[in-house]
Write a protein that binds this ligand. Sequence first.
Ligand code: GDP
Ligand code: MG
Length: 163
Amino acid sequence: MKPVVALVGRPNVGKSTLFNRLTKSRDAIVADFAGLTRDRHYGNARLGKHEFIVIDTGGFEPTAESGIYVEMAKQTRQAVAEADVVVFVVDARAGVSAQDHDIGAYLRKLGKPTVLVANKAEGMTEGAQLAEFFELGLGDVLPVSAAHGQGVRSLIEEALGAL
Ligand code: GDP
Ligand code: MG
């Protein structure tokens, strides 16, 4: 069985861009519209010696009570349940949001192996700008740029190396 990696995070952080990068496909919808990818979406990925299945998800609001966000949250919970490891994607440029805190709390409670990645980190000097993500209580944040492919290999090493 190939390991399963779920990409989780609030809308617009770049989950689908990362999915496309990992699967080298145009399958996942990438858009400027928050929350367009509403369903779970599976792809095969291979990076170096790692072969795995990656699941893209819509934006996650664990506390959603109405509208499409309830269905998206349900889909995301199912993706997380199926995953061996969760990649929690945050936006390096936007910083920590309330929604990130909700998602972080959910993932911490769940206790599944989780790798925290700050996307859109191209051109950023590490350190100060990313330090605030420590608040999420999920350890070190890994800077990546899904759009430019930076840090993606390290991310997969981190996510799958320990399995
Ligand atoms: P999702 O809602 O989390 O699936 O996010 P998308 O993959 O649809 O991306 C949302 C927006 O962020 C799009 O405009 C992307 O082009 C942009 N984006 C994604 N990855 C990066 C990145 O590494 N750097 C920058 N600057 N923008 C990115
Ligand atoms: Mg998406």
